[in-house]
Design a binder for this molecule. Structure first.
Ligand SMILES: [Zn+2]
Length: 164
C-alpha cells in the first residue's frame, strides 16, 4: 500500500506517515527529496569570492559619512560605491586578506593605476595606527594561514551582519 503511494507524486502526505511505512528512513531518496530542504553546495573559490565582496563593502562603508568615503592614500572623496577596497599587502596573502587594518578605502586611480600606492599606504598606516604597523602587517602577511570552510563561512556571516 505504502509502496503504491510512492508511485503517485501527489501522495506526499502518505509518505509523511512514515511510521507506518516500509520505506521509512531519512536516508530514502524520496524522503530527502520531499522533506529535506535542498542543501546548497558552494565551492571554496566561490565562498572566498563572496567573502571578498562582502568584506570590500564593509571596508568602503566603514569610513564613509553620508555615503562619501575618502581615499586612504590620496585623500580624494567619492561615493563609497565608486571606491575600492585597497590592500596594503596583496590579496594573495590570506593571513592579511581580510585584515581590517591591511584593507583601506582607495580610489580607482590609487588602487589600480598606481599599484596601490604602497609607500603612501605604509606611511599612512603608521600615522593612523601607530609606528611599526606596516612592518607588523608585512610579517603577518608572510605567515601561512589556512582558513577552513567553516572559518570562511563564519567570517562571511560576521561581515554580512556589519554591512548595510
Ligand atoms: Zn586615491
Amino acid at each position: 500500500m505504502c509502496f503504491d503511494s510512492f508511485k503517485n507524486p501527489i501522495s506526499k502526505s502518505a509518505y509523511l506517515h512514515r511510521d507506518k511505512c516500509v520505506f521509512s528512513s531519512v536516508f530514502h531518496p524520496l524522503y530527502q527529496q520531499l522533506i529535506m530542504p535542498k542543501q546548497k553546495t558552494i565551492t571554496r573559490g566561490k565562498l572566498v569570492s563572496k567573502l571578498d565582496n562582502v568584506f570590500s563593502k564593509f571596508i568602503r562603508q566603514r569610513g564613509s559619512r553620508s555615503d562619501i568615503a575618502q581615499c586612504f592614500t590620496c585623500g580624494k572623496y567619492d561615493h563609497w560605491k565608486k571606491m575600492q577596497c585597497g590592500h596594503f599587502r596583496s590579496r594573495q596573502a590570506y593571513s592579511t586578506r581580510w585584515d581590517e587594518i591591511n584593507c583601506q578605502v582607495q580610489c580607482v586611480g590609487c588602487n589600480m593605476f598606481k599599484q596601490g600606492e604602497q609607500y603612501l599606504f605604509a606611511v599612512n598606516l603608521d600615522q593612523k595606527y601607530g609606528e611599526g604597523t606596516a612592518t607588523k602587517l608585512y610579517y603577518k602577511s608572510i605567515k601561512l594561514t589556512k582558513y577552513s570552510m567553516i572559518d570562511l563561512r563564519e567570517k562571511l556571516e560576521y561581515y554580512q551582519q556589519k554591512i548595510l
